[in-house]
Write a protein that binds this ligand. Structure first.
Ligand code: NAP
Length: 287
Protein backbone atom coordinates (compact mmCIF):
# COMPACT_ATOMS: atom_id res chain seq x y z
CA UNK A 1 0.00 0.00 0.00
CA UNK A 2 1.51 3.41 -0.96
CA UNK A 3 2.33 5.76 1.90
CA UNK A 4 -0.41 8.28 2.83
CA UNK A 5 1.05 11.68 1.96
CA UNK A 6 -0.59 14.98 2.90
CA UNK A 7 0.60 18.25 1.41
CA UNK A 8 -0.19 21.01 3.95
CA UNK A 9 -0.46 24.33 2.09
CA UNK A 10 -0.75 27.34 4.36
CA UNK A 11 -1.01 31.03 3.49
CA UNK A 12 0.86 31.95 6.68
CA UNK A 13 4.68 31.99 6.63
CA UNK A 14 4.76 29.30 9.31
CA UNK A 15 2.33 26.50 8.46
CA UNK A 16 -0.06 25.73 11.31
CA UNK A 17 1.32 23.29 13.89
CA UNK A 18 -2.27 22.60 15.04
CA UNK A 19 -3.23 21.37 11.55
CA UNK A 20 -0.03 19.30 11.37
CA UNK A 21 -0.74 17.54 14.66
CA UNK A 22 -4.31 16.74 13.61
CA UNK A 23 -3.00 15.33 10.33
CA UNK A 24 -0.63 12.98 12.14
CA UNK A 25 -3.40 11.96 14.56
CA UNK A 26 -5.66 11.25 11.59
CA UNK A 27 -3.15 8.70 10.26
CA UNK A 28 -1.17 10.73 7.71
CA UNK A 29 2.18 8.95 7.27
CA UNK A 30 4.19 11.65 5.50
CA UNK A 31 3.33 15.31 6.00
CA UNK A 32 4.88 17.89 3.66
CA UNK A 33 4.39 21.34 5.21
CA UNK A 34 4.60 24.53 3.17
CA UNK A 35 4.04 28.10 4.39
CA UNK A 36 3.84 31.42 2.53
CA UNK A 37 1.58 29.87 -0.12
CA UNK A 38 -0.18 32.15 -2.60
CA UNK A 39 -2.23 31.44 -5.73
CA UNK A 40 0.89 32.42 -7.70
CA UNK A 41 3.32 29.95 -6.16
CA UNK A 42 1.07 26.96 -5.50
CA UNK A 43 0.91 25.35 -8.95
CA UNK A 44 4.38 23.74 -8.89
CA UNK A 45 3.60 22.15 -5.55
CA UNK A 46 0.29 20.76 -6.80
CA UNK A 47 1.98 19.41 -9.94
CA UNK A 48 4.47 17.63 -7.69
CA UNK A 49 1.57 15.93 -5.94
CA UNK A 50 -0.49 15.01 -9.03
CA UNK A 51 2.19 13.96 -11.55
CA UNK A 52 4.16 11.54 -9.38
CA UNK A 53 1.89 8.60 -8.65
CA UNK A 54 -0.22 6.65 -11.14
CA UNK A 55 -3.97 7.44 -11.24
CA UNK A 56 -4.78 4.33 -9.18
CA UNK A 57 -2.45 5.43 -6.41
CA UNK A 58 -3.37 9.13 -6.34
CA UNK A 59 -5.91 8.56 -3.59
CA UNK A 60 -2.95 8.05 -1.27
CA UNK A 61 -1.85 11.67 -1.84
CA UNK A 62 -4.02 14.58 -0.63
CA UNK A 63 -3.87 18.32 -0.05
CA UNK A 64 -4.95 20.39 2.97
CA UNK A 65 -5.35 24.16 2.49
CA UNK A 66 -5.26 26.27 5.67
CA UNK A 67 -3.94 29.50 7.17
CA UNK A 68 -5.26 32.40 9.19
CA UNK A 69 -6.41 34.41 6.13
CA UNK A 70 -9.60 32.65 5.02
CA UNK A 71 -10.06 34.60 1.78
CA UNK A 72 -6.45 33.85 0.74
CA UNK A 73 -7.01 30.17 1.57
CA UNK A 74 -10.15 30.17 -0.63
CA UNK A 75 -8.15 31.57 -3.55
CA UNK A 76 -5.44 28.94 -3.02
CA UNK A 77 -8.12 26.23 -2.89
CA UNK A 78 -9.60 27.46 -6.19
CA UNK A 79 -6.15 27.54 -7.82
CA UNK A 80 -5.33 24.04 -6.58
CA UNK A 81 -8.55 22.64 -8.08
CA UNK A 82 -7.89 24.42 -11.38
CA UNK A 83 -4.59 22.50 -11.72
CA UNK A 84 -6.38 19.14 -12.02
CA UNK A 85 -7.52 17.50 -15.24
CA UNK A 86 -8.88 14.08 -16.14
CA UNK A 87 -7.82 11.43 -13.64
CA UNK A 88 -4.81 13.52 -12.62
CA UNK A 89 -6.17 14.92 -9.39
CA UNK A 90 -5.91 14.45 -5.64
CA UNK A 91 -8.42 15.10 -2.90
CA UNK A 92 -8.40 18.53 -1.22
CA UNK A 93 -9.73 19.86 2.09
CA UNK A 94 -10.20 23.58 2.88
CA UNK A 95 -10.19 24.56 6.57
CA UNK A 96 -8.58 27.97 7.18
CA UNK A 97 -8.05 28.43 10.93
CA UNK A 98 -10.55 25.63 11.54
CA UNK A 99 -13.41 27.73 10.13
CA UNK A 100 -15.16 24.92 8.24
CA UNK A 101 -14.75 22.26 10.91
CA UNK A 102 -15.81 24.66 13.69
CA UNK A 103 -18.87 25.92 11.81
CA UNK A 104 -19.85 22.33 11.00
CA UNK A 105 -19.54 21.32 14.67
CA UNK A 106 -21.65 24.31 15.80
CA UNK A 107 -24.46 23.62 13.33
CA UNK A 108 -24.39 19.90 14.17
CA UNK A 109 -24.76 20.76 17.85
CA UNK A 110 -27.82 22.89 17.10
CA UNK A 111 -29.30 20.22 14.85
CA UNK A 112 -29.42 17.83 17.82
CA UNK A 113 -31.96 20.08 19.53
CA UNK A 114 -33.81 21.95 16.77
CA UNK A 115 -35.55 21.34 13.46
CA UNK A 116 -33.37 23.81 11.60
CA UNK A 117 -35.76 24.16 8.67
CA UNK A 118 -38.43 25.42 11.07
CA UNK A 119 -36.12 27.70 13.07
CA UNK A 120 -34.75 31.22 13.04
CA UNK A 121 -31.11 31.74 14.03
CA UNK A 122 -29.20 34.88 14.96
CA UNK A 123 -25.48 34.79 14.15
CA UNK A 124 -23.28 37.41 15.85
CA UNK A 125 -19.78 37.85 14.41
CA UNK A 126 -21.30 36.59 11.17
CA UNK A 127 -18.73 38.33 8.97
CA UNK A 128 -15.75 36.28 10.22
CA UNK A 129 -14.52 33.04 8.66
CA UNK A 130 -16.39 30.91 11.20
CA UNK A 131 -19.56 33.01 11.39
CA UNK A 132 -19.97 33.32 7.62
CA UNK A 133 -19.77 29.54 7.28
CA UNK A 134 -22.25 29.04 10.10
CA UNK A 135 -24.61 31.32 8.16
CA UNK A 136 -24.10 29.31 4.95
CA UNK A 137 -24.61 25.91 6.59
CA UNK A 138 -27.73 27.09 8.41
CA UNK A 139 -29.12 28.59 5.19
CA UNK A 140 -28.55 25.29 3.37
CA UNK A 141 -30.41 23.51 6.17
CA UNK A 142 -33.43 25.76 5.54
CA UNK A 143 -33.00 27.87 8.68
CA UNK A 144 -33.93 31.56 8.54
CA UNK A 145 -30.79 33.50 9.53
CA UNK A 146 -30.29 36.99 10.93
CA UNK A 147 -26.76 38.05 10.02
CA UNK A 148 -25.31 40.44 12.60
CA UNK A 149 -22.22 42.65 12.32
CA UNK A 150 -21.09 45.91 13.86
CA UNK A 151 -21.36 47.27 10.35
CA UNK A 152 -24.57 46.91 8.33
CA UNK A 153 -22.69 46.98 5.00
CA UNK A 154 -20.52 44.00 6.05
CA UNK A 155 -23.61 42.09 7.17
CA UNK A 156 -25.26 42.86 3.82
CA UNK A 157 -22.23 41.52 1.94
CA UNK A 158 -22.46 38.21 3.81
CA UNK A 159 -26.18 38.06 3.02
CA UNK A 160 -25.43 38.67 -0.69
CA UNK A 161 -22.65 36.05 -0.80
CA UNK A 162 -24.77 33.48 1.00
CA UNK A 163 -27.80 34.22 -1.16
CA UNK A 164 -25.64 33.67 -4.26
CA UNK A 165 -24.59 30.25 -2.92
CA UNK A 166 -28.03 29.34 -1.53
CA UNK A 167 -30.67 31.20 -3.59
CA UNK A 168 -33.58 29.90 -1.51
CA UNK A 169 -32.02 31.15 1.75
CA UNK A 170 -34.09 33.32 4.10
CA UNK A 171 -31.57 35.91 5.30
CA UNK A 172 -31.61 39.39 6.76
CA UNK A 173 -28.74 41.77 7.60
CA UNK A 174 -28.53 43.62 10.93
CA UNK A 175 -26.12 46.07 12.48
CA UNK A 176 -25.55 45.38 16.18
CA UNK A 177 -28.30 47.46 17.78
CA UNK A 178 -27.64 49.72 20.75
CA UNK A 179 -27.28 47.75 23.98
CA UNK A 180 -30.80 48.44 25.22
CA UNK A 181 -32.33 47.34 21.89
CA UNK A 182 -30.20 44.19 21.52
CA UNK A 183 -32.90 41.74 22.59
CA UNK A 184 -35.03 42.94 19.64
CA UNK A 185 -32.75 41.21 17.13
CA UNK A 186 -33.17 38.00 19.15
CA UNK A 187 -36.95 38.24 19.48
CA UNK A 188 -38.71 35.33 17.75
CA UNK A 189 -35.49 33.33 17.27
CA UNK A 190 -34.83 29.84 18.60
CA UNK A 191 -31.05 29.74 18.18
CA UNK A 192 -28.20 32.20 18.77
CA UNK A 193 -24.55 31.73 17.81
CA UNK A 194 -21.75 34.01 18.95
CA UNK A 195 -18.88 33.71 16.45
CA UNK A 196 -17.14 36.93 17.40
CA UNK A 197 -13.43 37.50 17.89
CA UNK A 198 -11.78 36.14 21.05
CA UNK A 199 -12.07 38.22 24.22
CA UNK A 200 -15.17 40.09 23.03
CA UNK A 201 -18.47 39.79 24.89
CA UNK A 202 -21.35 40.17 22.45
CA UNK A 203 -24.34 39.40 24.67
CA UNK A 204 -24.88 39.93 28.38
CA UNK A 205 -26.71 37.31 30.44
CA UNK A 206 -29.72 39.55 30.80
CA UNK A 207 -29.96 40.20 27.05
CA UNK A 208 -30.34 36.57 25.99
CA UNK A 209 -32.01 35.11 29.06
CA UNK A 210 -34.90 37.54 28.67
CA UNK A 211 -35.72 36.28 25.17
CA UNK A 212 -38.76 34.02 25.17
CA UNK A 213 -38.65 30.97 22.91
CA UNK A 214 -34.85 30.82 22.67
CA UNK A 215 -33.87 27.12 22.74
CA UNK A 216 -30.16 26.85 21.85
CA UNK A 217 -27.20 29.19 22.44
CA UNK A 218 -23.66 28.49 21.21
CA UNK A 219 -20.60 30.59 22.02
CA UNK A 220 -17.47 29.81 19.98
CA UNK A 221 -15.16 32.26 21.75
CA UNK A 222 -12.89 30.39 24.18
CA UNK A 223 -10.96 33.38 25.55
CA UNK A 224 -12.53 35.40 28.41
CA UNK A 225 -14.53 37.47 28.42
CA UNK A 226 -16.61 34.94 26.49
CA UNK A 227 -19.00 35.98 23.73
CA UNK A 228 -22.18 35.11 25.64
CA UNK A 229 -22.14 35.91 29.32
CA UNK A 230 -23.51 33.03 31.39
CA UNK A 231 -22.31 30.23 29.10
CA UNK A 232 -19.31 28.26 30.38
CA UNK A 233 -16.56 27.42 27.90
CA UNK A 234 -17.01 23.71 28.68
CA UNK A 235 -20.82 23.70 28.32
CA UNK A 236 -21.97 20.83 26.15
CA UNK A 237 -25.75 20.65 25.94
CA UNK A 238 -25.89 22.30 29.39
CA UNK A 239 -29.36 23.46 30.43
CA UNK A 240 -29.45 27.08 31.53
CA UNK A 241 -33.07 27.94 32.20
CA UNK A 242 -34.97 27.00 29.06
CA UNK A 243 -31.88 27.22 26.85
CA UNK A 244 -29.47 24.41 25.86
CA UNK A 245 -25.96 25.86 25.84
CA UNK A 246 -22.63 25.04 24.26
CA UNK A 247 -19.29 26.76 24.88
CA UNK A 248 -16.19 26.71 22.68
CA UNK A 249 -14.66 23.63 24.33
CA UNK A 250 -18.05 21.91 24.31
CA UNK A 251 -18.14 22.34 20.53
CA UNK A 252 -14.38 21.79 20.14
CA UNK A 253 -14.48 18.03 20.81
CA UNK A 254 -16.85 17.50 17.88
CA UNK A 255 -14.78 19.88 15.76
CA UNK A 256 -11.68 17.74 16.34
CA UNK A 257 -13.54 14.53 15.44
CA UNK A 258 -14.85 16.13 12.24
CA UNK A 259 -11.38 17.44 11.34
CA UNK A 260 -9.79 13.97 11.70
CA UNK A 261 -12.65 12.22 9.88
CA UNK A 262 -12.48 14.71 7.00
CA UNK A 263 -8.73 14.12 6.63
CA UNK A 264 -9.34 10.38 6.58
CA UNK A 265 -12.04 10.84 3.93
CA UNK A 266 -9.46 12.50 1.67
CA UNK A 267 -7.68 9.16 1.31
CA UNK A 268 -10.78 7.20 0.21
CA UNK A 269 -10.69 8.58 -3.36
CA UNK A 270 -8.64 10.99 -5.46
CA UNK A 271 -11.48 13.40 -6.24
CA UNK A 272 -12.86 14.53 -2.89
CA UNK A 273 -13.26 18.30 -2.51
CA UNK A 274 -14.07 19.18 1.08
CA UNK A 275 -15.41 22.68 1.73
CA UNK A 276 -17.89 23.59 4.50
CA UNK A 277 -20.86 21.62 3.12
CA UNK A 278 -18.92 18.39 2.53
CA UNK A 279 -17.23 18.69 5.94
CA UNK A 280 -20.64 19.20 7.56
CA UNK A 281 -21.93 16.04 5.81
CA UNK A 282 -18.96 14.09 7.18
CA UNK A 283 -19.87 15.37 10.66
CA UNK A 284 -23.48 14.22 10.19
CA UNK A 285 -22.23 10.72 9.37
CA UNK A 286 -20.26 10.63 12.65
CA UNK A 287 -23.44 10.87 14.73
N1 NAP B 1 -14.12 26.12 19.45
C1 NAP B 1 -13.29 25.96 18.44
O1 NAP B 1 -12.89 24.83 18.18
C2 NAP B 1 -12.89 27.14 17.60
C3 NAP B 1 -12.15 26.98 16.42
C4 NAP B 1 -11.86 28.09 15.63
C5 NAP B 1 -12.28 29.37 16.03
N2 NAP B 1 -12.95 29.50 17.22
C6 NAP B 1 -13.41 30.81 17.68
O2 NAP B 1 -14.52 31.19 16.88
C7 NAP B 1 -14.65 32.60 16.89
C8 NAP B 1 -14.79 33.10 15.46
O3 NAP B 1 -13.58 32.86 14.75
P1 NAP B 1 -13.18 33.80 13.52
O4 NAP B 1 -11.84 33.38 13.08
O5 NAP B 1 -14.30 33.81 12.54
O6 NAP B 1 -13.12 35.21 14.30
P2 NAP B 1 -12.66 36.69 13.83
O7 NAP B 1 -12.52 36.71 12.35
O8 NAP B 1 -11.49 37.06 14.66
O9 NAP B 1 -13.89 37.59 14.30
C9 NAP B 1 -15.21 37.33 13.89
C10 NAP B 1 -16.01 38.62 13.85
O10 NAP B 1 -16.03 39.21 15.16
C11 NAP B 1 -16.30 40.60 15.00
N3 NAP B 1 -15.41 41.37 15.87
C12 NAP B 1 -14.06 41.50 15.76
N4 NAP B 1 -13.58 42.30 16.73
C13 NAP B 1 -14.65 42.71 17.45
C14 NAP B 1 -14.84 43.58 18.56
N5 NAP B 1 -13.78 44.16 19.15
N6 NAP B 1 -16.09 43.79 19.03
C15 NAP B 1 -17.16 43.20 18.47
N7 NAP B 1 -17.06 42.35 17.39
C16 NAP B 1 -15.83 42.12 16.90
C17 NAP B 1 -16.03 40.95 13.54
O11 NAP B 1 -17.29 41.18 12.92
P3 NAP B 1 -17.79 42.67 12.52
O12 NAP B 1 -16.58 43.53 12.38
O13 NAP B 1 -18.50 42.45 11.23
O14 NAP B 1 -18.69 43.07 13.64
C18 NAP B 1 -15.41 39.69 12.99
O15 NAP B 1 -15.70 39.46 11.62
C19 NAP B 1 -13.39 33.13 17.60
O16 NAP B 1 -13.71 33.49 18.92
C20 NAP B 1 -12.43 31.95 17.54
O17 NAP B 1 -11.49 31.97 18.58
C21 NAP B 1 -13.29 28.42 17.97
Amino acid sequence: MPTKILLQLDGDLQPSVFDAVVAVDAGVEQLFRHGGITPDNVRELVHGAMFTRGPDDLRHTAIFVGGSDASLAEKIYDTVRACFFGPLRVSVMLDPNGANTTAAAAVLAAERHLALDESTAVVFGATGPVGSRVVRLLARAGCAVRVVSRDLGRAERIVEQTQAAVPEAGLSAHAVPPEEALPSVLEGSQFVVAAGAPKVQLLSRQQWQSVSGLQVAIDLNAVPPLGIEGIEVTDKAASRGEVTCYGAIGVGGTKMKIHRAALQTLFTASDRLLDAEEIFAIGQDLK
